[in-house]
Design a protein around this ligand. Sequence first.
Ligand code: LLP
Length: 430
Amino acid sequence: MKKKVTTRSAPPARPFAYRNRSLSCDGASLTALAEAHGTPLYVYSAQQISCRFQLFQKAFGSRPHTVCYAVKANSSLAILKLLGEQGAGFDIVSGGELERVRRAHKPALKKVVFSGVGKQAWEIDAALKANILQFNVESEQELDLLAARAQALGIRARFALRVNPDVFAETHPYISTGLSEHKFGIAITQARAIYRRAAKSKWLDASGVSVHIGSQIRKVDPFAAALDRVTSLVAQLRRDGHNIRYIDAGGGLGIDYSDAPFDAAHQVERYAAALAKGLANEQAHLLLEPGRFLVAQAGALLTRVLVTKKNGAKTFVITDAAMNDLIRPALYHAHHEIVPVRQPTGKATITADIVGPVCESGDFFARDRAIANVKPGDLVALLDAGAYGMTQASNYNSRPRAAEVLVDGTKTTLIRRRETMRDQLATEIL
Ligand code: LLP
């Protein structure tokens, strides 16, 4: 009798795997994509993004909720469209991101939440006219501006105060936001008085309370602690007579950038359980703002080795991608796995700095990293680059921004062409 295999294994954390000794994205050859579109090239798996979104839908399925994908993580229109068509809402932080949502999937405008500490009148106007779901207000001055613009346009504004719960989330200091020392939100202790004052304006509708404690947070307890404080505030606000319908728990759920096994489904379940704990019996409609978790591992930055060289004891691998394409290692000392596209036959490695051609020493992807003995002309992939990669790209050193390809099943689509010199010079006046 055949033995039944019952081991439950998590689906791979990344869509990138070797096929016939060559790295592929859901079966699409990265070598072929590099030949067709050039490098540096961002490659994303649509399947992986959908899969991550569905993990959220499932984990929060038992309560009314909307997943408002944080556009800043990856704002390419094709990716917004993909998520919008599956029912996602969006968390935006600028008039520019609002316009992207409008172009990508207009019906999702009604599921937009607008965060950010420095919203301008024109951005507020555009969002009011688009009838977005909610403004997440970060200061009293902003609330006054919102009331004034709502009155001027004759459109009532739904708002949540983004409260700062003073909760410590263990992450990089640049992306931690939930402590009173940070610029974000309004001290939770002041919130009640501000809601009371807002209730005097007929142009303001206190629809919710929001919180966001930071990004790349791996432990789920801080989320529970923050929501616990928000839930107590909501109960108090209801007693004060405010009709609070939404609790926005923000984003921030982290991924594993290392090559250790990572069970994304389990991570979302733990996160959902932590939020449920914080919410206790609270039944408000839950808004979630994941960014990184949905898109980071779906993407890789594909780059070609230009030069390898030795300076003293150090070996350098110089690629055609640079810090202007992916700034995370330079800015946060972030770790990205770097793998050769041609699968190495042996285990031999070199220890090298993998760097770009930009003229500063901060332009590195990895330092003293063991990597296969790559040669000029070889392709390598920087993994987990789907979030905060392209959106943080720049033209530093007058380098054109990369192209992007979306792999969807057996279909591969160029979703952004490579920038040209003409594009770069278009706004300049001589
Ligand atoms: N909601 C708000 C209000 C946010 O400020 C952010 C991220 C998110 C949601 C989404 O957070 P996520 O789920 O992606 O962690 N550039 C940095 C990350 C900056 C995050 C800024 N805010 C990086 O590359 O690590």
